[in-house]
Design a protein around this ligand. Structure first.
Ligand code: SF4
Length: 343
């Protein structure tokens, strides 16, 4: 049985997250932000982790990167392995040596991630000077190469410009260049295009996908927008209230969602053939993580909810065809997944 979306590769997974739990202790409550998350990504593979704000997708990424604020954060349970090594038992120094060199992260807000008083060339070059001991001149020339690689026009002339002199899309390309600088095995991109307009979003996303293929890296793409991942991801894990509620190879998920939440997200994507029609929106708001609803956390918003949904947490069931054959990589944490997928 495999409920985790998995595209087999010869090398095995680069990164595996197993039964990960993350909680935050506040004065009044323990907020269980991540509750038993499982996923993996292999070299050359893109996993999209999808969910609304507060679903636990970014907290999981921060746990992988080792950049969670602890305390108040805590990882009471779970394993994160990178190339088979348990990252949660590594020393701080070992974690730091993996960060940037082996696993790099791209954040949503390039402007606040870049230092406003240093030129982008200096900031890119620093990666080479600090990690590879290159001279200033060599580092600058590598920076120009990287800027050209992420298609920044007139890179040689612009290498000494400051972050505010670039557009939002160009700044995000610079963030991609910084992530690529040390040729990591895995990139985690957390909402990398959210702050950009739709056209620039598509360009940045396709550049990221192209570089991921060229460098044969693993890519974890964290997003709240199902509309941006169809052409770039191999598989998707949908998160809700700290759990994975559906997993699937990407095109299967779009064709036949097996969880009512995923179905709601798909119905909320604007479609050209439905011009003029009112856009569907999932009713209600994501749950307050200090007071997660009992049973299936989605039940207050779910059009299919029944009594059992209010009391029993649905496990991630393997999803099967009508004849009982298992759909590889598919899982749904819904008591009524059969009705959702088979209608
Ligand atoms: Fe809806 Fe119930 Fe399925 Fe949850 S378990 S998604 S409430 S039908």
């Amino acid at each position: 049985m495999t409920t985790e979306a998995h595209v087999p590769t010869a090398d095995g997974p680069l990164l595996e997250v197993r039964d990960l739990h993350v909680e935050f202790r506040t004065r009044d409550a323990v907020i269980k932000a991540v509750n038993g998350v499982n996923y993996s990504v292999s070299a050359g593979e893109t996993l999209a982790v999808l969910g609304e704000s507060g679903s636990g997708k970014s907290v999981t990424a921060q746990a992988i990167m080792g950049i969670l604020d602890m305390p108040p954060g805590r990882i009471p349970k779970g394993r994160i392995t990178f190339r088979g090594e348990d990252m949660l038992t590594m020393s701080g120094e070992e974690r730091r040596s993996i960060r940037g060199r082996k696993i790099a992260m791209i954040f949503q807000d390039a402007l606040s991630s870049l230092n406003p008083v240093l030129s982008v060339g200096y900031q890119l070059g620093e990666m080479f000077r600090v990690h590879q001991g290159l001279s200033r001149k060599e580092a600058k020339s590598r920076s120009v190469e990287l800027m050209e690689r992420v298609r920044i026009p007139a890179a040689r002339q612009r290498v000494n410009d400051y972050p505010h002199q670039f557009s939002g899309g160009m700044r995000q390309r610079i963030m991609i260049a910084m992530a690529l600088a040390l040729e990591p095995d895995l990139i985690i991109a957390d909402e990398p295009t959210t702050a950009l307009d739709v056209t620039v979003q598509a360009q940045v996303m396709s550049l990221l996908a192209e570089l991921q293929r060229e460098f044969h890296m693993g890519l974890i793409l964290i997003t709240h927008d199902l509309g941006v991942v169809a052409d770039v991801a191999d598989k998707i894990a949908v998160m809700y209230a700290g759990r994975i509620v559906e997993t699937a190879p990407v095109h299967e998920l779009y064709k036949r969602p097996a969880h009512p939440y995923t179905r709601g997200l798909l119905d909320s994507i604007p479609r050209l053939d439905q011009k003029g029609q009112e856009l569907y929106a999932i009713e209600g708001l994501p749950p307050n993580m200090a007071q997660v609803p009992t049973g299936c956390a989605f039940h207050p918003r779910c059009p299919m909810a029944q009594d059992i949904c209010r009391t029993e947490v649905p496990p991630l069931h393997p999803v099967r065809e009508r004849d009982g054959s298992e759909l590889v990589g598919r899982g749904s944490a819904c008591h009524f997944w059969k009705e959702t997928i088979h209608g």
